[in-house]
Ligand binder design. Structure first.
Ligand code: ZN
Ligand code: ZN
Ligand code: ZN
Ligand code: ZN
Length: 433
């Protein structure tokens, strides 16, 4: 494992011209996770702490991703015949297929002889697993210092990574599976990417896509559920980290690995499953989450409509307790109700117009879900998001009033959480897109 000093040196090289002459941060030893980013001076709320370019970017290749997206410039390609004309079977536009950026990976893919995937109309299509491995392959094509930086990053141990590599290898006739050094390195790189990479929104013309990007400095920041810094991405390739609150000299600069509006239980499960730790921040120790009641569900006892909250904190399976009638419920029962609310509301989001969604939120949801529950809050956020981006003029005054009310409600929650001037607040205020 690299020392914080060595890591700091590699980060400086990576930042290049984006490194401030006198940065207000440094990479240092953190009690929580081995290393972290610390303030070397007082940082006022709202100030940009650093910006960094992605060290490596690639397609996310998730279920439902639009596969006919150029893996280099991320622009939308025609629905047919969109693969590289040099036959590496990656989706690449004509300009990129001839470019130096694509040449290295193109040569490797061709050498490994990708299997053709035929569609019904006998055109050749992309294999998502070979797309998924592309970001890792790109790490091998970086320069020595950049690769050293990737090597210096942490990787959680996870058996799933081997499966990811095996599935990718099966897309080729001659994947170098017998080259032990290469395979060991690949396993390590896939681990680093799965542990540290972000999915960043990227827009090319009208085409919105998510790209998978490794932003090492942003990734070194440790997690806090209501962090003092927040990050956003500038068109998939640049991360911007700002102080969401005043950060005093010496304090650790934190970001969040979850969504800020998720409830305690949801964040806890997510962090344990994906990052392998249980958070111990002040919010995680308070079952009301600063009085926001984001986890609250409705009591199932007859004639009681009280709020039910988890009793224990920092556990995946707490008991639950009604604050009105004091009945205790086992976790399995409340988890079923939470899942029901989640599925019901998300199905609506995916199938309803904004107008139907508003009616559903206002009239149906109160019957099975308290207004403070995070799933309902996220549904309101979805309405705000859709109304601000599509057909701005076609909404009635009444709908706009509901939207404004939702907006106030969410800003109030962020205030209670002490989130400061966080990215979500800026998004809601439409200060960033
Ligand atoms: Zn392109
Ligand atoms: Zn190619
Ligand atoms: Zn926490
Ligand atoms: Zn009750």
């Amino acid at each position: 494992m690299a020392t914080p000093a060595e890591l700091a040196r590699l980060i400086d090289l990576h930042l290049d011209d984006l490194r401030d002459t006198e940065p207000k941060w440094c990479v240092g030893h953190s009690e929580v996770a081995g290393r972290g980013v610390f303030a070397t001076a007082d940082i006022p709320e709202g100030e940009i702490i650093f910006r960094e370019r992605a060290l490596v970017v690639g397609p996310t290749a998730r279920k439902g991703s639009i596969l006919n997206t150029c893996v280099c410039c991320h622009k939308l390609l025609p629905v047919k015949d969109f693969l590289c004309k040099r036959n590496c079977t990656l989706p690449v536009c004509d300009v990129c297929s001839d470019s130096q950026v694509h040449r290295g990976e193109c040569d490797w893919f061709i050498r490994w002889q990708p299997m053709d995937l035929m569609k019904d109309d006998s055109s050749v299509t992309v294999n998502p697993m070979s797309l998924r491995i592309l970001t890792a392959i790109r790490v091998f094509l970086l320069n020595t210092n950049q690769r050293a930086l990737v090597n210096a990053m942490q990787a959680n141990a996870d058996r799933g990574y081997r499966q990811e590599i095996i599935k990718a290898a099966q897309c080729f006739r001659k994947f170098p599976t017998t080259d032990k050094t290469f395979m060991d390195n690949l396993f390590r790189v896939v681990g680093v990417l799965n542990t540290n990479a972000f999915e960043a929104p990227c827009r090319r013309g009208d085409h919105d896509t998510l790209v998978r990007g490794l932003f090492p400095l942003t990734a070194i920041m440790n997690h806090e559920c209501t962090p003092n810094a927040s990050h956003y991405f500038d068109n998939g390739t640049m991360a911007v980290v700002r102080a969401a609150r005043f950060i005093p000299k010496g304090a650790e600069i934190t970001t969040t690995y979850t969504k800020i509006l998720w409830s305690n239980v949801t964040r806890c499960i997510f962090l344990k499953m994906t990052k392998g730790f249980i958070c111990d921040c002040s919010r995680c120790n308070d079952n009301t989450e600063n009085g926001t009641y984001l986890a609250a569900l409705l009591c199932r006892e007859a004639h009681c409509k009280g709020l039910v909250l988890p009793i224990q904190t920092k556990t995946l399976q707490p008991d639950w307790h009604c604050v009105t009638c004091n009945t205790i419920f086992p976790h399995a029962k409340m988890a079923r109700y939470q899942d029901f609310a989640l599925n019901t509301i998300n199905n609506r989001i995916n199938t309803s117009s904004v107008s139907d969604m508003i009616t559903f939120i206002n009239e149906m949801c109160p019957k099975f879900c308290p207004p403070s529950n995070y799933v309902l809050i996220e549904a309101k956020l979805n309405v705000i998001w859709r109304m601000s981006r599509f057909n701005k003029d076609e909404y009635t005054e009444e709908q706009k009033q509901h939207r404004d009310r939702y907006r106030e409600e969410i800003l109030e929650i962020l205030k209670k959480l002490g989130a400061g001037d966080c990215t979500l607040r800026k998004l809601i205020m439409e200060e960033i897109q």
